[in-house]
Ligand binder design. Structure first.
Ligand code: AMP
Ligand code: ZN
Length: 117
């Protein structure tokens, strides 16, 4: 169920499922969330399948870092860098993770409440 063979975001990486891609690098890909929770809602994912934050290994450090470099670039391109935005990753059921391929939610374009629900 949570294997890369049956992973929605791996299918987007492979081009088997369409997405509105806004950023691509050797290691990462970003596309607009299909159910946006803010005027700007982009999902930034590694091309490599990693199911949850709990599955991040030391060898993935630069890969995970590259997701934040992507967030910085996309926020600038989308015009939300100066006002501010949120970059957040949910882990497992209690946090509401529904797709088990790690993804950084980049949210902006409106005031964001804190703490989140
Ligand atoms: P999470 O609940 O943190 O696992 O976030 C999963 C996100 O993926 C949700 O915000 C969904 O709206 C989004 N999502 C699900 N399917 C797609 C899809 N085919 N294309 C773009 N975003 C999607
Ligand atoms: Zn995957």
């Amino acid at each position: 169920m949570h294997s890369k063979l049956d992973c929605l975001f791996c299918k987007i990486v492979n081009g088997d499922i369409p997405a509105e891609i806004v950023y691509e690098s050797d290691t990462a890909l970003a596309f607009r969330d299909i159910n946006p929770q803010a005027p700007i809602h982009v999902l930034i994912i590694p091309r490599q399948h990693i199911a949850t934050i709990n599955d991040i290994a030391d060898a993935h450090q630069s890969l995970v870092g590259s997701l934040y470099s992507a967030a910085r670039e996309i926020a600038e391109a989308e015009g939300i860098a100066a006002d501010g935005y949120r970059a957040v990753m949910n882990c497992n059921a209690a946090a509401g993770q529904t797709v088990f391929h790690i993804h950084l939610h980049l949210l902006g374009g409106r005031p964001l409440g804190w703490p989140p629900g």
